[in-house]
Design a protein around this ligand. Structure first.
Ligand code: AMP
Length: 562
């Protein structure tokens, strides 16, 4: 059965499959390859995912959520409407939507997937992603690091060896990774980044610059005025390369402000952000002990790397142009789809062996040197070990007449466990005796998905314990999982074939909100007409009206919002 490759992104998600002709990206129900990672309730209490939800993000902010990927692997509950959900549950709704689109496209049920995750995701976050897949009815065959997926999409694994720099700037985050490829192993060598730097910050910088030049305080503007201004600037930013200058007009308070967006102005406004972007690049290169000339390829990922300013800054830094012939919003999906093909053992892909590494050290808590007490970290699987891997280390009882030993599992690089991430714990019963008498073997096994299994054996009694680290924050035990599935299955969704109509209505409503006067009346009128046609349920009539409404909305919605 087909395995699909999924990029579960912070702003957008997408999926694809490997076929005889290579990667095929899967369009969603609206015909787009990108599905915004946005979930919301609509007025009828049904769940919307993707573009429809995104249209309502600002106007119905209490019922719509985005950027929940940032909370993956935590217990944090996000309130929407009357419900409250974890990031895992919300992600499962996005995955469910992609799964349905894939099933329609492929004409068969889909139940297996490869999902990409940021290279810096820890065990909890990886597990939460896997669980989101399960809640959506997908067996997650493999989690693949996003930079690794991007490198595969560019075919970098077909070279014998190399060192690659992956720069991923999306809407709100910037991730820098250095990959080293040698002997079929793709290793994430160093990663750095700025969790709060992305394409949106460039628009904010433009907006703030205009307001301060005009002596207007943000607080004095209405939500709609700010939203309209933001959208116009977002669109101008995207058009920067195509047009030398762009005349914009904003209604700000009771003032009309005309502004010329030029490359020169944008370069000046964006400079502090470009300097910020340079920092993690330098850190990653320094951490990997490389010089820029040792990087064989630079790969760009994420919509914001389309900015000419970004590309030329990178070219200047490295003295050559980055690889950017693939769509930066879809490279990770392409790589995930290739990985899916590898799992299916698709012909044409079978010579490629791809392995990965454990990106961080996994270990257990032990006592320090004589008299130092507990709280020290004993590494068991060192970072950058090729996976799958299984390693045993032995520990001994620390006190006389100890009856049990707690095996606390941590991830991190610090010698004190409190500075590392706690992943879980097991308790083994031991026979009483003098300190150091009882020996406990601890085996850590780390699989290709970045999931850790811990086996504990008390040598004298032969007693064994086993645990897949699942009960950490954000993960769920069987009862919680069942409750989650029940909660999600009670949600109501609109039929797929009505999505295009609903999308147009949401878009119309957004435009209605941001317009005024006659324009507003006109939009209200065309929306009401469309509503009436939908009521009549004549499919031919609906199709025609949909095309007409699309034309009308296009005239008002001159900004490329997506
Ligand atoms: P992503 O999360 O990868 O979808 O990235 C979205 C970000 O990319 C947003 O901040 C967009 O403004 C930005 N972006 C998309 N296309 C362009 C473009 N042509 N020029 C500049 N920025 C863009």
């Amino acid at each position: 059965m087909t395995v699909i490759g999924i990029d579960l992104g912070t702003t957008n998600s997408a999926c694809g499959v490997w076929t005889d002709e290579g990667v095929k990206l899967i369009p969603n129900r609206l015909g787009d390859f990108l599905t915004p990672s946005v979930v919301g309730y609509d007025d009828s209490g049904k769940i919307s995912v993707g573009r429809i939800a995104k249209e309502r993000l600002i106007s119905h902010s209490d019922k719509t959520v985005a950027v929940f990927k940032r909370l993956m692997g935590t217990d944090h509950k996000i309130e929407i409407g009357s419900g409250s959900y974890t990031a895992t549950e919300l992600s499962s709704l996005v995955l469910r939507s992609l799964k349905e689109d894939a099933e329609t496209y492929l004409g068969e049920p889909v139940s297996r997937a490869v999902i990409s995750v940021p290279a810096y995701f820890n065990d909890n976050q990886r597990l939460a992603t896997k669980l989101a897949g399960e809640l959506a009815g997908l067996k997650v065959e493999r989690l693949i690091n996003e930079p690794t997926a991007a490198a595969i999409a560019y075919g970098l694994h077909e070279k014998n060896e190399g060192t690659f720099l992956i720069l991923d700037m999306g809407g709100g985050t910037f991730d820098v990774s250095i990959l080293e490829f040698f002997d079929g192993v793709m290793e994430v060598h160093a990663s750095a980044g700025d969790n709060y730097l992305g394409g949106e910050d460039f628009v904010d910088a433009m907006l703030n610059n205009i307001l301060s030049s005009e002596n207007i305080r943000k607080e004095t503007l209405s939500r709609l005025q700010l939203q309209t201004m933001y959208m116009k600037l977002e669109s101008a930013k995207r058009q920067m390369d195509a047009r030398a200058e762009n005349e914009l007009s904003f209604e700000l308070g009771d003032k009309i402000v005309n502004w010329k967006v030029t490359e020169e102005w944008f370069t000046k406004v964006a400079m502090p952000l470009m300097l910020r972007a340079k920092r993690p690049i330098e850190t990653a290169i320094r951490d990997a002990r490389l010089s820029p000339s040792q990087i064989n390829d630079i790969v760009l990922v994420g919509g914001a790397t389309r900015m000419k300013l970004f590309r030329s800054a990178v070219a200047k830094l490295f003295g050559r142009f980055p690889s950017c012939n693939l769509d930066p919003d879809l490279v990770v999906t392409m790589g995930a789809a290739i990985q899916a093909g590898l799992i299916e053992k698709h012909k044409g892909l079978d010579e490629v062996v791809l392995t990965d590494v454990c990106p961080y050290t996994l270990g257990t808590e032990v006592n320090g040197p004589e008299g130092a007490g507990g709280g020290f970290f004993l590494p068991i699987i060192e970072r950058n070990t090729v996976v799958p891997v299984s390693i045993v280390r032995s520990v001994q009882t620390a006190h006389d007449n100890q009856t049990e030993v707690a095996i606390n599992v941590y991830q991190g690089e610090h010698r004190r466990v409190e500075k590392n991430v706690f992943l879980g714990s097991l308790t083994a019963a031991v026979p009483k005796g003098p300190a150091g008498q009882e020996v406990i073997d601890i085996r850590y096994s780390y699989d290709m998905n970045g999931l850790l299994e811990v086996d504990v054996k008390v040598v004298s009694t032969g007693k064994k314990l086993n645990k897949v680290i699942e009960h950490a924050a954000g993960a769920m035990d069987d009862a919680t999982r069942a409750a989650s599935l029940k909660k999600l299955s009670a949600l109501k969704f609109h039929p797929r074939d009505q999505e295009e109509n609903r999308m147009l209505l949401s878009r119309g409503e957004r435009i209605y909100e941001t317009s005024l006067g006659e324009e507003r009346d006109y939009i209200a009128h065309v929306l009401a007409e469309f509503d009436a046609i939908l009521e009549r349920q004549n499919q031919l009539e609906i199709k025609k009206a949909r095309q007409q409404l699309e034309e009308v909305l296009k005239k008002f919605d001159n900004e490329e919002w997506f």
